[in-house]
Design a protein. Structure first.
Length: 408
């Protein structure tokens, strides 16, 4: 597949064009236009990095390098590359991703749930509201849309929300616990245009995962859901989180072996963060030694498994080394989050709201977020794991306050 990329929304790149070509396992880029030698080097390094890590799958004629990126080449990836270049080189930050809650309801009772403390006193967004907000997110520049919850598969109109996203603008995925991911539902998601599903798995040990979820069928549902999604043609990711204890037990090594047997495309490891069910649980948070073990284990797993599957960790994206320097903390940088009630937050782990999409446009709320002192500058490490940020903005939230807490 061959596609010519242009960048109409960045004035400095108006005369630049990039011909991106998929030649099997490798994607090449031919650059022409203003300062083409400079941009040939920069864009060449971008594609070289992804070619080096290897593609996970092929979709729509392009290579998939991560479930968080559209295929290379594709129209959504053209838009994502434009946002990336704008943010890095011209300091005009265009968000690439949004996670949007579509329900607070869930069948599980996870002790670590990041949404545990969120208010349920206001009605959830209707389908019309969600579809309007999705359009505003795409107009802002978003190219990766993730539906979260609660459990998003509890919404019978989820497929209609997914189908309202143009495949020429963005890719969509669903974060799920897997309990409702039957063969019929997996096919329905695929038919609606979903790119993939991210299924939560807290432990490679069935008994432990079931205990964490408060259900005896939680682990078997994940395994069943993975196979149903793969058969439906969806990309499949496993989403997990790391604590000090799980890192020191080398759980990710066992998790990767399990996911390799299942045929999973990608494994995402988020840091355990002191929010929701882990609020005031400093004993489980990653310390320096545990983080080093986790990073070493992820690197070893990728060497062993290659792209079948590949693991990506928040600890790597926040480490500030190599290509990760261009990623860092995603909040108010690469993405934002909208709760099921429409609250606009920096990410789904930050209990701070900067307004509500029912009252203000998404673009206005994004600009408000970027103007706040805590978010004016991009940071490498996660703010929610920064002691000074927590002291100033999280620890000062009144005990009786509804979450997310509105920032004025």
């Amino acid at each position: 597949m061959r596609l010519c990329y242009t960048f109409p929304n960045v004035a400095e790149l108006h005369k630049l064009s990039v011909v991106v070509k998929n030649t099997g396992d490798i994607v090449t880029a031919s650059v022409s236009g203003t300062r083409s030698l400079w941009w040939r080097f920069i864009i060449g390094r971008y594609f070289a990095f992804h070619n080096r890590v290897g593609n996970l799958a092929f979709r729509s004629g392009g290579n998939v390098y991560s479930m968080y990126l559209p295929p290379f080449p594709s129209l959504p990836h053209n838009r994502m590359l434009e946002a990336f270049l704008s943010s890095i080189f011209f300091k005009r930050i265009i968000p690439m991703a949004v996670t949007i809650g579509v329900t607070n309801t869930c069948q599980c009772h996870c002790h670590h749930c990041s949404a545990l403390d969120r208010s349920k006193s206001r009605p959830m967004m209707s389908r019309d509201e969600i579809q309007r907000v999705l359009g505003e997110c795409i107009d802002l520049g978003v190219t990766n849309i993730t539906f979260t919850g609660g459990e998003p598969l509890l919404r019978n109109d989820l497929e209609q929300c997914i189908a309202s996203v143009s495949p020429e603008k963005a890719v969509t995925q669903v974060f799920t616990n897997g309990l409702l991911l039957t063969p019929e539902r997996a096919k329905s998601l695929a038919d609606s245009g979903a790119y993939g599903v991210q299924i939560s798995l807290d432990s490679p040990d069935p008994t432990e995962h079931n205990r964490f979820r408060g259900r005896n069928d939680a682990f078997s549902a994940v395994e069943y859901g993975v196979q149903n999604a793969l058969r439906a043609g969806l990309l499949v990711g496993i989403s997990t989180y790391a604590t000090k204890q799980s890192a020191m037990r080398h759980d990710i090594i066992r998790m990767m072996a399990l996911c390799s047997r299942w045929g999973v495309n990608e494994v995402s490891v988020f840091d355990g963060i002191e929010v929701g069910g882990l609020r005031n649980r400093k004993d489980v948070l990653l310390d320096q030694a545990a983080r080093r073990v986790l990073l070493d284990d992820c690197k070893a797993a990728n060497r062993k498994h290659g792209t079948k599957p590949r693991v990506v960790s928040q600890s790597w994206t926040n480490c500030g080394k190599g290509f990760s320097r261009l990623i860092g903390c995603l909040a108010a940088n690469r993405q934002f989050h909208i709760t099921a009630q429409g609250d606009f937050t920096p990410c789904d782990f930050t209990p701070l709201a900067f307004g509500n999409v029912r009252n203000e446009p998404v673009r206005t709320l994004w600009e408000k977020l970027l103007s706040h002192p805590a978010y004016r500058k991009r940071t490498i490490s996660c703010r929610m794991q920064d002691a000074d940020f927590r002291r100033r903005y999280i620890d000062t939230i009144p005990e009786e306050a509804e979450l997310p807490y509105y920032v004025h």
